[in-house]
Design a protein around this ligand. Structure first.
Ligand code: UD1
Length: 417
């Protein structure tokens, strides 16, 4: 089993290009099922989750494969409408294929995604949206089976702005007759990227980025080229790394607006951050002060996915930082591992109290989820001595070559077998 080995204490300096967004590429790969032709998706990060989505498309009968930083999908040849358990279990967000399969094939059989490392992740909102559009859905023997002889536009109102459920509703709505209006929709930039993609297919999509999205399914055009937006969570992770380790790092190919809630926090911590077009430069002395309470919220609020890496920077702040996690029930497992490095973190339900400014000492730690794993790497960058992070398959789900990227900036980091 490989581990990531970090020798802490080196500042980070230099430039880094930010990869395309994992959370954008996955629903867009599902959306390629709606195209009766070839789709070229550029700026695709090299991630195990992307490989899993490509494997699902090939299983369904598409011809999907990687060419450099692009993924090319030919969906003319779909032959089946099921995703087997092995493929489903590799990537929880594969439930997003349900809406696209119902829109394209009128049927879908997936195994239930079940709980995950962040606690229970129900899919009730996904299913109620698909049912409202006219799908008959049964959950039996660990599978979800959906049949839609006909999908019809309708009003879908979510009790919470779920990202995945909004995407599933948008995808199914593309195969529906008439207009679908989604209210209390998620507003994340990845929803906007999906809407841009769907418009290239000739769908009429309006309102993305606001709580009300309107979708009118239309005939699809063939041969689409689409560039994935930059990964805002990866950008925030490298900002956290530079803030905590100290140094001057330029991130290229970022949308600063998408990272604004994190930028504000790093400025409060004492970092100097400048924006210029698609570039962000962070300058940090490595001596940080605590920011005010950090509370996760749906976009444009502070994203739950940035909570773990920013906690790793908060450990460097001289004083107390309070985190409140409102999106997932069990999203502080990285805190237990950070304690092995000497971190002072108290967890009370949804609240984490981080008392920073103490020395961390390298130790073996284990990634238990994607962003928590990346956060351990950030903490290791400034912990004294050697930290070995195991469980790095989680990190590979979302970070395209994290060791190469941080190594290029001057960190002493390598993947060891
Ligand atoms: C997406 C992101 C993930 C991010 C999350 C929140 C992808 C591939 N993943 O996940 O990185 O952390 O948004 O920003 O884009 N919920 C229900 N019932 C449902 C659906 C969700 O109760 O049917 C709950 C979840 O348990 C969670 C909350 O809603 O507590 C938010 O989940 P959601 O926005 O759906 O997250 P994902 O789409 O799974």
């Amino acid at each position: 089993m490989s581990v990531i080995q970090v020798v802490g204490g080196r500042p980070l300096n230099g430039s880094l290009r930010i990869q395309g967004a994992k959370n954008s590429v996955l629903p867009i790969l599902a959306a390629t099922l709606l195209v009766k032709g070839e789709t070229v998706i550029t700026n695709c990060p090299n991630l195990s989750d992307v490989d899993a989505a490509i494997a699902i498309l090939n299983h369904i009968g598409c011809k999907a494969g990687r060419e450099g930083e692009s993924v090319i999908v030919d969906s003319r040849t779909v032959t089946r409408a099921d995703v087997p358990h092995e493929l489903m279990s590799e990537m929880r967000s594969s439930v997003i294929f349900m809406g696209a399969m119902l829109a394209r094939m009128g049927e879908a059989k997936l195994s239930l995604p079940g709980g995950c490392e962040l606690g229970p992740r129900p899919v009730d909102m996904h299913m109620s949206a698909l049912r409202a559009l006219g799908a008959e859905i049964e959950e039996t023997g660990g599978n979800i089976v959906g049949i839609a002889k006909k999908l019809t536009g309708c009003n879908v109102n979510f009790r919470f702005p779920s990202v995945g459920a909004t995407e599933n509703a948008m995808l199914a709505a593309c195969g529906a007759d008439g207009v679908t209006v989604i209210t209390n929709a998620a507003r994340e930039p990845e929803i906007c990227d999906l809407a841009d993609f769907l418009r290239k297919l000739g769908m009429d999509v309006q309102g993305e980025g606001t709580p009300t999205i309107m979708v009118r399914g239309r005939p699809q055009s063939a041969h689409i080229i689409h560039r994935i937006i930059p990964d805002r969570i990866v950008a925030a992770t490298y900002l956290a790394a530079a803030a905590a380790a100290g140094g001057e790092v330029e991130l290229i190919g970022v949308n600063p607006e998408h990272v604004m809630s994190a930028i504000e926090i790093f400025r409060e911590m004492g970092c100097h951050i400048t924006e210029s077009g698609d570039r962000l430069t962070v300058k940090s002395s490595g001596s940080l002060k605590p920011a005010k309470a950090i509370e996760t919220q749906p976009y444009p609020g502070f994203p739950t996915d940035m909570q773990p890496p920013i906690m790793a920077a908060a450990l460097k702040c001289a004083g107390t930082t309070v985190f409140v996690e409102n999106i997932f029930e069990n999203r502080y497992r990285h805190a237990e591992e950070m304690r092995r490095l000497g971190a002072d973190i108290k967890i009370e339900g949804r609240v984490a109290i981080v008392t920073g400014g103490k020395k961390l000492a390298g130790a073996p730690v284990k990634a238990t989820d994607l962003r928590g794993g990346a956060a351990l790497v950030v903490a290791a960058l400034w912990a004294e001595g050697i930290t070995e992070v195991s469980g790095i398959a989680y990190i590979d789900r979302g970070y395209d070559n994290i060791t190469g990227s941080l190594g290029k900036l001057g960190a002493s980091i390598e993947r060891v077998l």
